[in-house]
Design a protein. Structure first.
Length: 404
């Protein structure tokens, strides 16, 4: 009798352990039957703080629309917006907070190249998809299972800028002012590679520390080198300061920069002096009547604060469009992943996204097991000082320079 009781008790204990282990094994961080928790890491307090709010606005508006229309496979999105301060150390603090305390499923956006590189090992450790804005080569050569980039990367944008210069003026003397971190150095690598590919070179470089606003010495070095084009791998305040320094020097040197500076606030900072400033970007200007932009504006009027955002002529509309593109790409991955949502299934789901129509806002979004970067293509825009907006002067295309 005691033997039967003992055997029965052991059998019951085994069954309970099996159920408990099964329940534990079925748990996925940030995922329940009714919601999936994701993070959007943006700069709200650091050197790139002008860029954080519009990206967060876009995420919140899009998520409000998705949740109002039933969510994805019956799950609503629980969005965590966190200030990452854009620097590597502050980004690490933010990433640890959202992964370890908030227990998010994935990081659907992180602003900042250097910060994204810093947190990559953490994302790998916790099997969390990371979508970096301003991706470095390490994310796509040789590539990383957990990293997906919906639009082009720093290296390719810098290559595109230099190719545009040399196609326009093959004898151009090109200098480069860049931020002395992963973001700036990635741009420098792409610029140098394109110059070499086109049979030219970057004749002068001038790095600066994060937060610098006095560029008199940098610009003097450029003029001493007799450059007629300067590639800027800078943030908005630095680009505005360089434009003003160019005016002080009464110098007609041409400037071309990266996507982060292509926003209406540049005109508030630099005024009419911004006229002629150029940049490369994967996103069309927000004032254009393209199907994708019209759709975003309509949804913003219903689910966001249109007057504060896209209805405001001085609003950083490019960054809003960028945020929209990232969350749209991630949600397409959720759809393709199916109801059984795990770290492995979201990777597979994202790899199944093919030619998702962005309505002209940017190149359509496609991933595959062999490529986690959707597109390497960019437009070239030019600032119209009189109208206070950017206009397309060269169509969307991929640079010819091989990525080294």
């Amino acid at each position: 009798m005691k033997t039967r009781i003992l055997i029965g008790g052991l059998a019951l204990l085994s069954a309970l352990l099996f159920v408990a282990n099964g329940a534990w094994a079925g748990q996925v961080r940030g995922v329940t039957d009714t919601e999936v928790k994701i993070a959007c890491l943006v700069d709200l307090s650091g050197p790139g703080k002008y860029g954080g709010p519009p990206i967060a606005d876009a995420f919140r508006t899009y998520v409000a629309w998705i949740n109002d229309t039933g969510g994805i496979h019956g799950r609503k999105i629980n969005l965590i917006v966190e200030d990452n301060g854009i620097l590597p150390n502050t980004t690490m603090i933010a990433a640890r907070k959202v992964l370890l305390k908030d227990e998010v499923f994935a990081l659907a956006f992180n602003l900042g190249s250097a910060g994204s590189s810093a947190i990559l090992p953490l994302c790998e450790q916790h099997q969390a998809v990371l979508m970096p804005h301003g991706a470095n080569k390490e994310f796509f050569i040789p590539g990383n299972k957990w990293v997906f980039v919906p639009h082009t990367v720093q290296y390719s944008m810098a290559s595109r800028a230099v190719e545009y210069i040399l196609e326009t003026n093959p004898k151009a003397r090109i200098g480069m002012i860049y931020q002395d971190d992963g973001f700036g150095k990635e741009g420098l690598d792409g610029a140098r590679a394109a110059a070499a590919y086109m049979g030219s070179q970057i004749v002068q470089v001038a790095p600066y520390r994060t937060g610098t606003i006095d560029f008199s010495s940098h610009m003097s070095a450029m003029r001493d080198a007799k450059v007629d084009w300067i590639v800027l791998w800078t943030y908005l305040p630095q680009s505005a300061a360089i434009i003003k320094q160019k005016t002080v020097m009464n110098w007609d040197v041409k400037l071309i920069s990266n996507n982060t500076t292509g926003v209406p606030p540049l005109f508030a900072l630099a005024g009419a002096e911004a006229d002629g400033y150029m940049l490369v970007t994967p996103y069309a200007p927000g004032w254009m009547d393209l199907p994708g932009i019209i759709r975003i504006k309509d949804l913003t009027k219903k689910y966001g604060d249109y007057e504060k955002t896209l209805g405001n002529p001085s609003y950083p509309d490019y960054l809003y469009m960028a945020g929209w593109g990232y969350i749209e790409a991630f949600v397409q991955g959720l759809r393709m992943a199916g109801r059984d949502l795990t770290p492995e299934s979201i990777v597979t789901g994202l790899e199944r996204v093919r030619d998702f129509d962005m309505g002209g806002v940017s190149p359509n979004i496609s991933f595959s097991p062999d490529s986690h970067v959707s597109s390497f293509s960019s437009l070239v825009l030019r600032a119209n000082g009189e109208k206070g907006r950017f206009e397309i002067i060269d169509p969307i295309k991929e640079p010819k320079t091989p990525i080294q």
